[in-house]
Design a protein around this ligand. Structure first.
Ligand SMILES: [Zn+2]
Length: 350
């Protein structure tokens, strides 16, 4: 078990690097269907979940997030697998527990937007709370260090998540984040800074944003949240090259066809590693202390974020070192025969 929990680490001024993005990574690898985006991989290929969880820790994640994202009752009902709900939840929690124990990392439970919430329909609020309750109670059986409530569009639903964690979570800390679709406010009209401050005042240990946006269109929102809040702020964007003109991953278009890139053609919009390094540096300078990447993340990006945040994860053993390249390397490694002529050929196509 790790010696220091989330709250102690943050109170001591430390940061947390957290790898998310299981959903897209499994879709990319052929174990999850885009569209419904239900984590059936947990039931059908649990060995793959274990491997990816270990890989994220190897790359520098301080937390193993139980992959229950979009594995809630409503999503399973939608694909006719509601009977598998508890098995999916428990399998994901068990794997996260085992990987966290083996690697000495923290373990987080995970609840998220239910897709059921309607701010004007109180009956949905009861349904949402019931869904959160069952998930939080299952998570507690696996001794989670904290619980994430993520990708909320509405402040109202985020607050229900926090309340459920407080009520059924036996005092474990809550990390609550919005998926910013608008640049300014939640779907139910709260400025992100205000919404995060209210959650902080209501007892969230960490507040902030994750998903929907790439670093460039996410960081201005984070800057406002930091100004509004007293405590630690979370920032976990998608690693996509969103811009002012195309601020969310859903607004990116394929360069050749003009069609919406989400979800199949998003890989064409992935950030370079240099861009991810610049993002991590900027976030660090701004004072973001709960840092990571969401959908689109891969372990090579997490390694960069971890290194910028001062870690040397096991994967750093294999971080790029071009001084050892036979064409571009330094005197010791480059072969004169190739570095003289081949460099120009590779650059010019002549
Ligand atoms: Zn995401």
């Amino acid at each position: 078990m790790p010696t220091k929990g989330l709250t102690e680490r943050l109170a001591d001024g430390e940061s947390l690097v957290v790898a998310e993005g299981y959903l897209y990574e499994f879709e990319r690898r052929g174990y999850l269907k885009a569209g419904a985006f239900v984590p059936e991989v947990v039931l059908e290929h649990p060995e793959q979940l274990r491997l990816l969880s270990e890989e994220f820790v190897h790359a520098g994640s301080d937390t193993v997030v139980a992959y229950t994202y979009y594995g809630h009752r409503e999503k399973l009902r939608a694909i006719g697998r509601e009977d598998d709900l508890e098995k999916l939840q428990r399998t994901a929690l068990q794997i996260a527990r085992e990987v966290a124990d083996k690697t000495g990392t923290l373990m987080a439970g995970d609840i998220c937007n239910t897709t059921v919430y309607d701010k004007d329909d109180p009956e949905t609020h009861r349904d949402v709370t019931a869904m959160f309750k069952e998930q939080v109670e299952w998570a507690m059986e696996y001794n989670v260090d904290y619980i994430i409530g993520e990708t909320f569009n509405d402040f109202g639903e985020a607050l229900l998540a926090l309340e459920a964690i407080k009520t059924y979570g036996k005092g474990v800390p809550a990390v609550i984040t919005f998926a910013p679709s608008s640049a300014y406010s939640t779907f139910d009209g709260y400025l992100y800074g205000d919404a995060c401050r209210k959650l902080e005042e209501a007892g969230a240990a960490v507040v902030g944003v994750n998903c929907n946006r790439g670093p460039k269109s996410m960081l201005p929102i984070v800057r406002d949240i930091i100004k509004s809040c007293k405590g630690p702020v979370a920032c976990l964007p998608n690693p996509y090259r969103t811009t002012d003109e195309h601020p969310t991953m859903h607004s990116l278009k394929d360069a050749d066809t003009g069609k919406m890139a989400f979800p199949d053609d998003l890989p064409a919009w992935l950030c370079s590693r240099t861009q991810i390094r610049a993002f991590a540096n900027e976030a660090k300078e701004m004072g973001v202390r709960y840092i990571g990447l969401c959908c689109g993340n891969a372990s090579y990006y997490t390694r960069i974020v971890a290194e910028v945040y001062g870690r040397t994860p096991p994967a750093s053993k294999y971080s790029s070192d071009m001084s050892q390249h036979f064409v571009y390397g330094d005197e010791k490694f480059a072969k004169k025969y190739f570095s003289a002529g081949l460099k120009a050929k590779l650059a010019t196509n002549e």
